[in-house]
Design a protein around this ligand. Structure first.
Ligand code: HMG
Ligand code: MG
Length: 306
């Protein structure tokens, strides 16, 4: 089967990666990570979220981080906005500091929707609709993250039909592209493919991305399974940072370093300089006082030291 020849990666480390950190991480360090990622060739970076600081204290410096980044031409910067309050905060800054894309985030599981954003799936769509309309009216793109597309920490397995239902709801309110997220990293290739196929009923393959947490070590194989369906957009975190504070037991996203190593090894272009990416992962890991959670990073650094 013909695989995509190019892949676009959104590094979600500054947002998904750091939102779950218990220790304080300064805005300066977050900005430093964004700068290193764009220097490594990342063309899309999920920078922060405009959510309630009571729910996710680590993202309370959202405006400071957006203000502090020096933008690189050709790079797109996205932020999470769960409601109008978040959207208004994201565009309270001068226009040059606005995000290029906002992300509304819903779930294919009712229980997770309640735990993460304190409302039902139907209510979440009602909240997102004006956010999507306002963003598009201002020329800001809109992505929809779909959590728990294969499994939920509270409900267990999630049927692909539920993913299809959520994708349709997102499409109907004007969301332009969606992330099929395995929030707790329980998915295996057939299940992930089923979730993607359910999404393909509503979004073209160019508008679907894979967002795989690596809790059970399945994220790379799920990435490959998605590539086989023609998916060429993926989200990952440098140094394998991350997890959702409302998804108990879930670990980080698949490490961007590991995804890039696999893709380059398969002859698939990413535009990313793996060496610089590894250094970005080392930078943030040192700031957090631990080793990067990436096998490729470890292997390449061992070889470098050799
Ligand atoms: P709520 O408590 O139901 O909201 O929270 P509310 O409208 O009733 O307001 C309560 C208070 O929050 C008020 O303040 C509001 O002003 C304030 P008070 O009067 O009590 O002082 N508030 C806000 N403050 C700042 N920014 C806002 C905002 N909205 C209300 N945007 C809410 C509802 C959605 C806000 C809350 O549940 C929340 O912030 N949840 C975010 C949870 C989150 O960020 N989770 C992680 C991101 S999702 C994820 O990681 C999954 C993903 O990676 C994909 C995957 O892997 O699955 C994307
Ligand atoms: Mg996530």
């Amino acid at each position: 089967m013909k695989l995509p020849t190019k892949v676009k990666i959104v590094d979600v480390g500054p947002r998904d990666g750091l939102q779950n950190e218990k220790q304080p991480v300064s805005a300066e360090v977050k900005i430093g990570l964004v700068h290193r990622l764009q220097d490594a060739g990342l063309k899309e970076i999920e920078v922060t979220s405009f959510v309630s600081p009571k729910w996710v204290p680590q993202m309370a410096d959202n405006a400071e981080v957006m203000h502090g980044i020096q933008r690189k031409p050709g790079v797109r910067y996205s932020v999470l906005t769960p409601n109008m309050k978040g959207f208004e905060a994201a565009i309270a800054a001068p226009r040059e500091e606005w995000p290029d894309e906002i992300v509304v985030f819903g779930a294919a599981s009712e229980a997770f929707s309640q735990k993460n954003i304190n409302c039902s799936i139907a209510e979440s769509i009602e909240r997102f609709a004006p956010v999507v309309a306002a963003a598009r009216e201002k020329g800001i793109d809109v992505r929809g993250a779909m959590s728990c597309t294969v499994g939920c920490p509270y409900e267990g397995e999630v049927a692909p039909e539920r993913v299809g239902m959520l994708a349709k709801l997102m499409k109907d309110i004007g969301v332009q592209r969606v992330d099929v997220a395995d929030t707790i990293g329980v998915g295996t290739p057939r299940k992930v493919r089923a979730a993607i196929e359910a999404t393909l009923a509503h979004f073209g393959v160019d508008h679907i991305s894979g967002h795989f947490h690596d809790t059970y070590g399945q994220a790379l194989v799920n990435t490959l399974a998605s590539l086989e369906l023609g998916v060429w957009n993926f989200q990952s975190s440098s140094a394998g940072l991350g997890g959702c504070p409302y998804a108990k037991g879930a670990t980080g996203n698949v490490a961007t370093e590991d995804v890039v190593y696999m893709l380059h090894g398969m002859g698939i272009e990413t535009g990313i300089d793996l060496d610089k990416l590894i250094d970005a992962g080392v930078y943030i890991s040192e700031a957090l006082g631990r080793e990067p959670n990436s096998r490729a990073s470890k292997a390449i650094r061992t070889k470098r030291a050799g």
